[in-house]
Design a protein around this ligand. Structure first.
Ligand code: EPZ
Length: 428
């Protein structure tokens, strides 16, 4: 087991390059199973969620060859199995995408229920609603979700809640269904558009991705393609907030500024200087942030996956800020850890009231989930003194070469092995 040790108080300065988007990669890789020939996927981030998905695909029988550290060629033709076990899925949320991909491929999928960050309940009722609308029978038996269909027919599906996962899974099941599928109240995140572009490059016929209504006209076959994943909106946002929170000056390269509009707006409202370029954003800040209120919402609203990071930044704002979590039931579990570092945050249900303090102090804390872990790193960079962060495997799920990228910006951060507690039981 490892931990991060951060000696805080250094302003981040310099340039950081953003990697491929985790939430696009974990949807596009399973989508390769729908192809009748090999696909090349480029700009994959080197993160554990991607290696988990690739391991699952190889266990299903796919032939996977790495071209370099961020590109693979996947031949799905040898895939015979349609079963993704709990061990294969390793408790990640995106394993649910194998349901839509395998159902779309051979009309049968048997997948362990998805895991992922713990924000309270993470149901898949909208995914199942979509599969059933396309003609599948879905049952949950012996701890597995089993979706089966004689054939899949296009249909209209209205999502009761805007759901990224359900939108993605229905797209995967519908691309080869007979006829037209319309997803209404669809999610509009950049990774939804990236998946639609990937599928269309394989010969799919998807219109409207990025809007609330996505139309999918089923096609007989999908062929191989070469495709490069979009930059990671949340990794970019995390470095932008870290730059402002440490009073630094950072050029964040390899980004799509359009995906960052809500994050830029809030940083500017808090008093940061933000310059936009074609594929880069520069963030600098010299004084403490001003308070601001934030409501997280589905895209194009302020992303829930940036909520812990921006809350950490506002912990040292002048005045009181209010953050309302509009997507998840319980995404403030990290607040207890921030309090250990001197933050003054009161949580009441989906609302956090943040009373700004002069500064945070280093302390031993833990990453309770992926983005909470990123927030702890930002807190450690902002704080005076030493911060140790354990359970960093959460962070490794979504941030490529974090210590390397931060050290290049002047951060004093290192990864240290946590010695196993010595058993003091005398040998019998
Ligand atoms: C995706 O999760 C992301 N994960 C999450 O990012 C992100 O927080 C979330 O979308 C919202 O943007 C991946 O893309 C792998 P949802 P997902 O379905 O698809 C409810 C990260 O940090 N809901 O959009 O699971 C659900 O409970 C991770 O990278 C239902 O009620 O999220 C939630 O309240 C953390 N029924 C809301 O909808 C369903 O069938 C949004 O969930 C599905 C969802």
């Amino acid at each position: 087991m490892e931990k991060f040790v951060i000696n805080g108080g250094n302003a981040l300065k310099g340039t950081v390059k953003i990697s491929g988007a985790k939430n696009a990669a974990v949807a596009i890789l399973p989508a390769v199973l729908l192809s009748d020939s090999p696909c090349t996927v480029e700009n994959l981030p080197e993160i554990s969620d991607v290696s988990t998905i690739l391991k699952s695909m190889s266990a299903l029988g796919a032939d996977i060859k790495a071209i370099n550290k961020s590109s693979v060629v996947i031949d799905p033709r040898p895939v015979k199995s349609y079963v993704v076990t709990k061990e294969m899925a390793e408790g990640m949320r995106a394993s649910s995408y194998f349901l839509g991909a395998l159902l779309g491929r051979t009309h049968h999928a048997r997948v362990a229920p998805p895991g992922g960050c713990d924000f309270g309940v993470r149901p898949i009722d909208q995914h199942i609603k979509g599969f059933e609308a396309l003609g599948a029978k879905v049952i949950i038996e012996s701890g597995m979700v089993d979706a089966k269909a004689k054939a899949l027919y296009g249909s209209s599906v209205y999502l009761d809640k805007v759901s990224v996962g359900a939108t993605i899974n229905i797209m995967l099941a519908a691309v080869k269904a007979k006829g037209l599928t319309v997803i209404e109240n669809a999610a509009r995140e950049p990774h939804i558009v990236d998946l639609a572009n990937f599928l269309n490059s394989m010969g799919a016929n998807i219109m409207g991705a990025g809007t609330g209504v996505i139309k999918i006209r089923g096609v007989e076959n999908l062929h191989g393609t070469v495709y490069s994943i979009i930059p990671d909106q949340i990794e970019a946002g995390t470095y932008m907030v870290a730059a402002a929170a440490t009073g630094g000056d950072v050029l964040v390269e390899n980004v799509t500024p359009k995906h960052l509009e809500s994050i830029i707006a809030k940083l500017v409202e808090a008093g940061a200087t933000v310059n936009e370029y074609d594929e880069a954003i520069r963030v600098s800040m010299k004084k403490p942030p001003k308070k601001c209120n934030i409501q997280t919402m589905p895209h194009p609203g302020f992303p829930t996956d940036m909520q812990p990071q921006i809350a950490t930044f506002l912990a040292i704002a002048e005045g009181t800020s209010i953050i309302t979590e509009g997507v998840w039931d319980n995404r403030f579990r990290y607040v207890d850890q921030l309090t250990l570092m001197g933050a003054d945050i009161q949580v009441d249900g989906k609302m956090a009231v943040i009373t700004g303090v002069k500064g945070l102090k280093g302390a031993p804390v833990k990453a309770v989930d992926l983005r909470a872990g990123a927030a702890m790193v930002i807190a450690g960079l902002m704080a005076s003194g030493i911060t140790e962060i354990t359970e960093i495997d959460h962070i490794d799920r979504g941030y490529e070469r974090l210590t390397e990228k931060l050290s290049a910006l002047g951060a004093q951060i290192k990864r240290v092995v946590v010695p196993k507690p010595s058993s003091n039981l005398k040998q019998a």
